[in-house]
Design a protein around this ligand. Structure first.
Ligand code: SF4
Length: 318
């Protein structure tokens, strides 16, 4: 046909390979210098390295600067309601266990209006990666005190400084029943940021990652010193944890041996205050996951459910 020899058509095509561009969509409209940009790059690189098919990958968000994230990914996305990213993501995962599910939420979105959902999503332990962009301020609505704002933070809601102690998202998550993965990283250390999200993607349950994020518009001094100080981060070290190599490893001066199977020790590390602790605080791959007890196909394993969905799709397409 069309002058092409028939036997040429039998040449096997290379398997589909996704490049970083396959996970990119519209230009990110965060402010210049916003930590969101480096997080976006790391997430796209993780998706590429995992070779997640874009049509099998979903980013769910709530409301806030960080929650613009799904618009910038060349995957499926759901930009939802304030604080409601986690229940939407749980529903997606319940119905489509074959999808790779990510949640993007901010400190206002997750730790305030979404706090009830936060507790139960951790307890459900469904397989997904939850990225908490924590810049300690409400950015989209222009500088209100958030649940993670340090005491004394000057904001539009507290012009004389916030008066209550902040939530520590690590401590809170580590205190919830059935917690199975808690890690922390920063937007300004791209190698550690990538390694953390990559580790989270491998976790069989809900992987909660707090990303300490800069907002140069509304809290420009917060983390300004730490971002250029190699002594500011305290890297939790374990051969099965989140590890760096070469120059990336040398860029963090302070290293602390840690056992991420020890929940009490993880809580101690989460209280470190003379630096920003980064790394894998806690992991338990044996915890039960609500994935296995979906309303549909009750009691089937995730693999069995995925198989059932594939058969449904095959029947639909034929
Ligand atoms: Fe980023 Fe802050 Fe700008 Fe929001 S206001 S996009 S958090 S720099």
């Amino acid at each position: 046909m069309f002058g092409i020899k028939e036997d040429l058509c039998s040449i096997p095509m290379p398997e589909t390979y996704f490049g970083v561009d396959d996970y990119a969509k519209s230009t990110a409209r965060w402010c210049p210098g916003c930590g969101g940009h480096s997080i976006l790059s790391s997430v796209q690189k993780v998706c590429k390295d995992m070779q997640y098919p874009p049509e099998k990958t979903v980013f769910v968000s709530g409301i806030g600067c960080s929650s613009r994230f799904p618009h910038y990914m060349g995957t499926y996305g759901f930009h939802g309601l304030h604080g409601r990213a986690l229940p939407v993501a749980s529903g997606v995962k319940f119905r489509r266990p074959d999808l790779n599910v990510f949640v993007v939420t901010g400190d206002g979105d997750c730790c305030s209006i979404g706090a009830g959902h936060w507790i139960h999503a951790i307890r459900y332990n469904m397989k997904m990666v939850v990225l908490l962009f924590d810049n300690s301020i409400y950015g989209l609505t222009k500088k209100q005190t958030s649940p993670t704002s340090a005491m004394g933070t000057i904001s539009n809601t507290h012009p004389k400084g916030s008066v209550l102690p902040p939530i520590n998202p690590l401590q809170t998550t580590l205190g919830i029943a059935n917690v199975s993965f808690v890690a922390q990283t920063t937007d300004w250390h791209p190698a550690h940021l990538y390694a953390t999200i990559r580790k989270a993607a491998d976790h069989p349950g809900l992987a909660f990652v707090r990303i300490v994020q800069r907002c140069p518009i509304f809290v420009k001094d917060l983390y300004a010193d730490q971002a250029s100080n190699p002594d500011a981060l305290v890297m939790l070290s374990n051969e099965d944890g989140i590890n760096l190599e070469g120059s990336a490893a040398k860029s963090i001066n302070r290293v602390l041996e840690h056992d991420h199977t020890n929940l009490s020790l993880a809580r101690e590390r989460a209280d470190i205050s003379d630096g920003i602790p980064v790394g894998l605080f806690y992991q338990n791959t044996e915890n039960p996951s609500y994935d296995d007890y979906g309303a549909h196909n009750l009691g089937m394993t995730v693999a069995e459910k995925a198989q059932g969905i594939n058969e449904l799709l095959d029947n639909y397409m034929s």
